[in-house]
Design a protein around this ligand. Sequence first.
Ligand code: ADP
Ligand code: ZN
Length: 210
Amino acid sequence: MKLILLGAPGAGKGTQAEVICNELKIPAVSTGNMIREALSKGTEMGLKAKSFIDAGKLVPDEVVIGIIKDRLAKDDCANGFILDGFPRTIPQAEALDNMGIVIDRVVDIEVPDEKIASRLSGRRVCKDCGASYHLEYKAPKAEGKCDACGGELVQRKDDEPATVLDRLKVYHEQTEPLKDYYEKKGILRIVEGQEEVADTSALTLKALED
Ligand code: ADP
Ligand code: ZN
């Protein structure tokens, strides 16, 4: 199964990608995580990406396309993968097509704009392993500490309210047109994001069946 998860920032793509990864045993590939990892390692690409991320803008297409090309060529992607956060623009989607990759399903997780701000302001990530939490929807067992590794939980700079509106604008202008792009191919399914993670997962897994 070659799957794309679409949705606004904070719609829960990353969380659902993890669930599907465990369920179907195919890797979840997150461009956001890969870029943040490069950033924390201080690579040249990471440094180049920093100003875009911090401003809530998209990293240039050629950079992310390069990252994704290398990643999807790895052995573990041979039987399928879940793309979380890629493609985010029409040229990125066209690049996937040009790589000869045939996507089976695109699931768009819809969450109204009014709910995005609170979802993002409550999000916390582990400084050490990058695991994602939410103060309300996915609280860690011990306050401020990562369940997986005990690392400190922090707020992403681009989750601060000032940047969130910019990210939403970018989403509507550049990413939302992908719904049409994949609708025309007949592979788009829409899932309404629920309050409970497990409820969204049930709907998402169902959307993969038909
Ligand atoms: P979210 O889905 O919550 O917005 P991500 O972790 O997917 O968070 O992305 C964070 C940031 O990383 C984006 O705002 C953008 O700057 C950059 N980024 C991630 N994926 C892409 C992509 N496919 N194209 C361009 N920029 C990207
Ligand atoms: Zn951790």
